[in-house]
Design a protein around this ligand. Sequence first.
Ligand SMILES: [Zn+2]
Length: 129
Amino acid sequence: MHEYSVASELINALLPQVGTIEGQIVGVILKKGELRILSDQALTNAFELLVEGTPLEGARLVIELVPVSVSCSSCGYKGAVDHVSDEAFHFAVPILSCPKCQSKVDVQTGRELFVNRLTVQTPSETDSE
Ligand SMILES: [Zn+2]
């Protein structure tokens, strides 16, 4: 499953960093571009499976969606594209065109996939609960 290998790569990249963090990592905030055809549920499941036995065990994967924005070199349009919310979008990557002049556009945002930040619970915060 594609989500499984994506989650695996993310975790492998994270693990060297988390070794230096003091406290318990309770959340991993992932930025996912709208153009990424990845199931949030499958990603979360894969994440939970893969972090077992690692310092990330028990952390919750939080997926934040990055909306698509484009820029058009023909007419200078910059901004969102309309048809991204179409039902069909969830099954195939659409060919994006400028909503003003229909030219091919450059995608500015929407292809991201990276860990934005970690939520860490330090031991002192645990004690106060
Ligand atoms: Zn245009």
